[in-house]
Design a protein around this ligand. Structure first.
Ligand SMILES: C[S@@+](CC[C@H](N)C(=O)[O-])C[C@H]1O[C@@H](n2cnc3c(N)ncnc32)[C@H](O)[C@@H]1O
Length: 270
């Protein structure tokens, strides 16, 4: 297989990657046949996956604009993925020209591509690090150069926590991050869920199995389990809701909101 310039030598391009599958769902071009094959297999079970991903991205942009309108100018986006249309720094900068954005991902392709996109962009950077080790993120010189932890930060954990298994204690990681952030900080989160899903369970399970098979298990959590990530935050209206229902720009489509198989919410610390 030919290795394109954007794929670092260190990565095994014969194994599907979650971030490249996501890029494929969103119509991007930074993916390989192995990724497309795995993504298509998941779509056999859940044909709505690209739509779900687009709703996730659209929520993220609305939440970034909301945070900027509330005066937040610092963004920490963990699990930022392969840059695509309407990235956090672009959306944030449109609302607050001095906004600073630290992207974090543990996937080498996401990191390499982010580096390329961000070259020459002041006030935005990418850090190769793991959500499961929040201390390494919070103490990294790259982060401290960009983000002043004494001022409020919008922490984005968008479509990442469902890749962190309970054995790795995602709740502890989210708590450690919250405790490091200044009062008035926000948590912007989406998470996959079976709650209310209008699919027979075996179909949804089939999509999950695809991720299981590529050793990136997708952990479906209930709405209550997802709500627990907001411990210590006050929920911003309308609370934890299906993604298209969070402060939509236009009237939401007349479609079962649970077809989106996930929840979105924003919280703020006092
Ligand atoms: C589905 S993408 C979401 C991208 C972006 N946040 C969005 O919603 O458009 C999930 C990203 O999380 C990253 N990721 C998964 N587990 C991670 C971890 N433990 N630490 C850092 N990044 C992680 C993956 O590499 C991938 O790029």
């Amino acid at each position: 297989m030919e290795r394109p310039a954007w794929a670092p030598r260190s990565i095994d391009i014969s194994v599907p990657s979650v971030s490249r599958m996501y890029d494929y769902y969103l119509g991007g071009s930074h993916n390989f046949e192995v990724d497309r094959e795995a993504a298509r297999k998941a779509m056999e079970f859940m044909p709505g996956l690209p739509k779900i991903m687009q709703a996730n991205r659209a929520f993220m942009r609305r939440a970034v604009r909301f945070a900027a309108a509330e005066g937040i100018t610092q963004f920490l986006d963990i699990g930022s993925g392969i840059p695509t249309f309407g990235n956090v720094h672009e959306v944030a900068r449109a609302a607050a020209p001095d906004a600073r954005v630290m992207y974090v991902d543990h996937d080498p392709v996401a990191v390499a591509h982010s580096q390329a996109v961000l070259q020459g962009t002041d006030g935005a950077g990418i850090l190769a690090a793991d959500l499961r080790k929040p201390g390494e993120i919070l103490n990294s010189p790259e982060l401290l150069r960009l983000i002043d932890l004494n001022r409020p930060v919008a922490l984005l954990l968008v479509a990442i926590l469902h890749f962190v298994e309970d054995a790795d204690d995602p709740y502890a990681a989210v708590t450690e991050l919250r405790e490091a952030l200044a009062p008035g900080s926000m948590l912007v989160l989406t998470h996959a869920s079976y709650d209310g899903i209008p699919l027979p369970p075996e179909r949804a399970e089939g999509a999950v199995d695809v991720y299981q098979n590529i050793r990136n298990p997708l952990i479906m959590r209930t709405r209550d389990e997802i709500a627990r990530f907001f411990e210590g935050y006050d929920m911003v209206e309308p609370g934890l809701v299906p993604m298209p229902r969070w402060r939509p720009d236009t009237a939401p489509e007349d479609e079962d909101p649970y077809a989106f198989s996930g929840f979105a919410g924003v919280g703020r610390t006092a």
